[in-house]
Design a protein around this ligand. Structure first.
Ligand SMILES: Nc1ncnc2c1ncn2[C@@H]1O[C@H](COP(=O)(O)OP(=O)(O)OP(=O)(O)O)[C@@H](O)[C@H]1O
Length: 334
């Protein structure tokens, strides 16, 4: 590649977290909405994979949220053909305008997951970028988050067995993406909903962050550094919790038993990580577990549950808590 190749700096940034040697010989489903980010991701991966680019599968999901959404699908299909790549199109059965952002995301990931499994892919790649990471960290801080939320978006996340969600653009700024697309003359579709400050995330992007950048020009870097530092601390806490778990937690017949005494003096963050590890292991829903709920449990680990009603109490997700013989017992009532 020539030194003036506009995509090269982006390929280098991606290679720093996801070198082609790790994925180019495997099948990779690339989620392409048609916007600048995912079009750029596709072009970047195709360039990095070079001759192995035919392992890339272009996948687009038509949510049917806009009258012209079929044009996005046609655009992505044409781009796949131009690059000589396979194209998979999914289409929502619903046109219901009241579907939430989370509903749409859920449908989309279900589709990407299904395509990947059907075609034997090892990765699904999506194009969340550095600005998305900044917005996510800020959003999570405002919503109220523990260490895991302040870490932001993970670069890699398992999607069940043998399939990994990869976000190789987390170090690539939106501005660099748009500049590279312009320099290459690569067209992309604009999603008009991205510029409307109607959803909280878009409000952060369109209104708040630009406002913060005036008095704090380094706000992006500061938030990213915070996310990274918190991530490292959280990893250390998780490790301590995992070690303690081996001697204090027993899961048997759908009942989790946690010995209180050895955990009494453990720091609060370690107790929370240990408890969240139990929820994960048992596949219990955590979404409705608030700070207050975790706090209630860590209090039990602190004072041996002496003030708990013998009948116990329930937590969201129908998880029942009781205390007996110096241990907390957790079980899900179905
Ligand atoms: N309709 C689509 N079809 C295929 N892939 C898509 C589609 N929409 C989004 N993607 C993929 O997901 C990435 C992230 O998109 P977007 O930020 O809109 O969604 P999200 O997963 O809901 O993220 P967030 O949680 O930040 O809102 C895109 O860059 C693209 O790779």
């Amino acid at each position: 590649m020539s030194e003036t190749d506009p995509l090269q700096p982006i390929c280098d940034r991606v290679a720093a977290i996801w070198p082609a040697g790790r994925w180019a010989s495997l099948r990779v489903v690339v989620g392409v909405s048609g916007g600048a980010d995912s079009v750029c991701l596709l072009r970047t991966l195709a360039q990095m994979a070079d001759e192995a680019a035919s392992n890339l599968i272009v996948a687009h999901y038509d949510h049917q949220t806009r009258d012209d959404s079929a044009d996005d699908a046609a655009f992505v299909g044409q781009l796949a053909r131009d690059l000589g790549l396979d194209f998979e199109l999914g289409r929502s059965a619903s046109r219901d305008p009241s579907r939430s952002e989370a509903d749409l995301r859920g449908e989309r990931y279900e589709f990407l997951d299904a395509v990947a499994r059907r075609l034997g892919a090892r990765y699904v790649a999506v194009a969340h970028n550095r600005d998305d990471q900044v917005e996510t960290i800020l959003h999570n801080i405002f919503r109220g988050t523990g260490g895991s939320g302040a870490r932001g978006i993970a670069a890699f996340r398992p999607l069940g067995e043998d399939l990994v969600l990869a976000r190789p653009f987390l170090n690539v700024a939106r501005q660099a993406i748009e500049a590279a697309m312009a320099a290459m003359g690569q067209a992309y579709r604009n999603d008009p909903t991205n510029a409307e400050p109607m959803w909280t995330r878009n409000w952060l992007r369109v209104e708040l962050l630009p406002m913060l950048k005036d008095p704090f020009p380094q706000v992006d870097e500061s938030l990213l550094r915070l996310g990274q530092n918190v991530g490292e601390l959280q990893a250390a806490v998780d490790q301590i919790a995992a070690e303690l778990e081996t001697t204090t937690v027993v899961c048997e017949d759908a009942i989790v038993r946690i010995d209180i005494a050895p955990l009494q003096r453990a720091p609060e963050a370690v107790k929370v990580a240990l408890l969240q590890g139990c929820w994960k292991k048992m596949d219990w829903p955590q979404a409705k577990m608030s700070h207050r709920h975790w706090k209630r449990l860590t209090q039990l680990l602190k004072n041996s549950g002496s003030e708990v009603d013998p009948a116990g109490f329930d937590l969201p997700g129908n998880v029942h808590v009781s205390v007996s013989n110096d241990a907390i017992m957790l079980t899900q009532r179905l």
